[in-house]
Design a protein around this ligand. Sequence first.
Ligand code: ADP
Ligand code: MG
Length: 209
Amino acid sequence: MLDSAFFQRWMSGTAAAVDAEADRLTELDSAIGDADHGSNLRRGFAAVAEALEKEPPGTPAGVLALAGRKLISTVGGASGPLYGSLLRGTGKALGDGAEVTAAQFAQALWAGVDSVAKLGGAAAGDKTMLDALLPAVDALTDALGAEGGEVAAAFGAARDAAESGALATVPMQARKGRASYLGERSIGHQDPGATSAALILRTLAEAAA
Ligand code: ADP
Ligand code: MG
């Protein structure tokens, strides 16, 4: 079972990871964007970690709702509302139990990823964060559904799928977001948002380990 402490761990781990990787994320965004992705997420997740520490919500849904709200209110770039929708959409689908199963979480994550797709209008192959998120929820669902599907291993499979998904954005041409203004010149660079999404799936696996 996953309780609110698990989701707190995920969010504080993400704040630390984003802080450590901010320069790399900004460097990727300087190639095909406006060089603010690392600083955007650093500011956003620092605010998330602070808010959660000050008033820890008692349910998984409460943790994700607060985290999503904070991202939306503190991040100016496109990624703030998009990650905010991911977390809020996931939280909303979790219901208000004190604990959820990994399978319930995987299903809720589909709802969260769906909110990202609805808000941003992007699909698989558009060179966005969805190119890491979609394969990750797919892998998580598959691994949990498999015979004897073990929870920590399933989160590990999701992490690996997100990482491969982020790498697979390199040859893609961006069709959404700022990078799409570059047309063919967006080819050959890894998408910053897909890279941060892989990071968020890594911290999820760490929280589950
Ligand atoms: P901005 O582009 O406003 O400067 P960020 O640099 O923080 O915002 O985030 C850029 C990332 O956001 C991109 O690398 C991409 O993954 C993601 N992104 C941008 N637009 C969309 C969209 N419409 N749908 C999904 N993801 C998007
Ligand atoms: Mg940017």
